[in-house]
Design a protein around this ligand. Structure first.
Ligand code: XMP
Length: 482
């Protein structure tokens, strides 16, 4: 037995010391960062790959705000790939592969396609992909006969405004305005469908200049995978759907399983950034980086819904874990993601100041409109459910997914949960929560006199606080309202 360190600290154990600053306004600082090598973000925030936090709606909101969502893996492969595809379809300079329908398909089929893909219109094509018309939600809204063919309600080719591919966005914008249209199919000289430009996409380009986008103007998204052999199949399906990064998501990331998966992913798709974790030691960072990881996720037992430390006795208080891991990671040129335990913007500033390039948040976003967790009313207040991915119910659900069959007698008793199920208050839209979080981070950077995260790492100085210091740090000697 050996004691590795006499003390290890977490966020409430420290404060950052104000430094001389030349920064006049919070807008003079830039929290631009890397989620992983080759994956830049305008804001240093990732949404956690948990089934009550990140599916497509959350990932879309995160990317629009300049962050990144990681689609969780606790669902069948095809469903996860579908979630990734929804994000990639949400916007783009040109929709390269628009959803199409044949003219004799029924209105019922068209409605199902529209809601399944989460889009507003379908291009009607013949078997040779020649454009015959368009059908939009509005065309279908009050159509009384669901079995009628879409050709009866579509805007036919002769009344359709189209553009010759390749079209530039400015020309498309003019056409959309001139004809007061929402969608503009792009055709080749033979009348075949080559893409679609939408008014919404052009508007969003202007509304979200900081959005996290790929070279085609599509929102970026990550996909979590496990470390079993079938997870390579999962990775392939998600990549095919457009995933921009893989997150190898294992409770104990410093394990041969995780290292083997990172190597396998990098060998197969060297150009796709791989984020791996979770670890809590510099040795873990080093081994994952040597296996090829492009970012390392740090945090063992730090999450709000985690009971790993209680059940197993393992973990490292999160600030020490970040400080030690980031020192090694900076040396190796690999970004660190501080995952778990971020409750307020001050914690995020401390995590970044300790050397993290981004923070991953679960709890802070689980109460938002875009989180997939169920909404319930408790004592007259709107709450949302959040659960640890190793909680009893999540573990049971995973067994069912893995087996493709119901639980068997004794299954519940065999599960040893390392997470809990809980509720958090409803918090409104992701954009509002991120505005507060990023406002706090910018303000924190200005207290350090840091214009960039690299300057924050260099200039940050922590002091340890006592219990009295901690009490002084919050509102005190007043009666808070509400
Ligand atoms: P916060 O504090 O933001 O933390 O809610 C989110 C992170 O918690 C981790 N996580 C778990 N850890 N048991 C654990 O020990 C669990 O059941 C569990 N579920 C999630 C995960 O790293 C997530 O990003």
């Amino acid at each position: 037995m050996r004691i590795r360190a006499e003390t290890a600290l977490t966020f409430d154990d420290v404060l950052l010391v104000p430094r001389h600053s030349r920064i006049a306004s919070r807008s003079d600082v830039s929290p631009h960062t890397l989620a992983a090598r080759g994956l830049a973000l305008a804001i240093p925030v990732l949404s956690a790959n948990m089934d009550t936090v990140t599916e497509s709606e959350m990932a879309i909101a995160m990317a629009r705000c300049g962050g990144l969502g990681i689609i969780h893996r606790f669902m069948p492969i095809e469903r996860q790939a579908g979630e990734v595809a929804r994000v990639k379809r949400a916007e783009g300079y040109v929709v390269e592969d628009p959803v199409t329908i044949e003219p004799h398909a029924s209105i019922r089929q068209a409605r199902a396609l529209l809601s399944g893909a989460g889009i507003g219109g379908l291009v009607v094509v013949d078997r040779q992909a020649r454009v015959l018309g368009m059908v939009t939600k509005r065309d279908l809204l009050f159509a009384p006969d669901e079995e009628e063919p879409v050709s009866e309600v579509m805007t036919p080719r002769e009344r359709l405004v189209t553009l010759q591919a390749p079209a530039d966005l400015l020309a498309a914008r003019e056409q959309l305005h001139a004809h007061r249209l929402e969608k503009l199919p792009l055709l080749d000289s033979g009348g075949k469908l080559r893409g679609l430009i939408t008014a919404q996409d052009i508007m969003r380009l202007e509304q979200h200049p900081q959005a996290t986008k790929d070279g085609k103007g599509r929102l970026r998204v990550g996909a979590a995978v496990g470390a079993r052999s079938e997870d390579l199949e999962r990775a392939e399906a998600c990549l095919h759907a457009g995933a921009d990064t893989f997150v190898v998501d294992i409770a104990h990331g410093h394990s041969e399983n995780c290292l083997g998966m990172v190597r396998a992913l990098k060998q197969r798709w060297p150009e796709v950034p791989v984020i791996a974790g979770n670890v809590a030691t510099p040795e873990g960072v080093r081994d994952l980086a040597q296996a090829g990881a492009d970012a390392v996720k740090v945090g063992v037992g730090s999450g709000s819904i985690c009971i790993t430390r209680v059940i197993t006795g393992f973990g490292v208080p999160q600030l020490t874990a970040i400080l030690e891991c980031a020192a090694e990671a900076h040396h190796l040129g690999v970004p660190v993601i501080a995952d778990g335990g971020i409750r307020r913007s001050g914690d995020a500033v401390k995590a970044l100041a300790a050397g993290a390039s981004t923070v991953m948040v679960g709890n802070m976003l689980a109460g938002t409109d875009e989180a997939p967790g169920a909404t319930i009313i408790r004592d007259g207040r709107k709450m949302k459910v959040v659960r640890g991915m190793a909680s009893l119910s999540a573990s049971a659900d995973r067994l069912v997914i893995d087996r493709g069959a119901d639980l068997e007698p004794g299954d519940w008793e065999r599960i040893v949960p390392e997470g809990v199920e809980a509720v958090v208050p409803h918090r409104g839209a992701v954009a509002e929560v991120l505005d507060q979080l990023i406002g706090g981070i910018r303000s924190g950077m200005s207290y350090a006199g840091a214009r960039s995260l690299a300057e924050l790492w260099e200039r940050a100085e922590f002091v340890r606080v006592t219990g009295a210091g901690l009490r002084e740090s919050g509102a005190h000697d007043v009666e808070p309202i509400g």
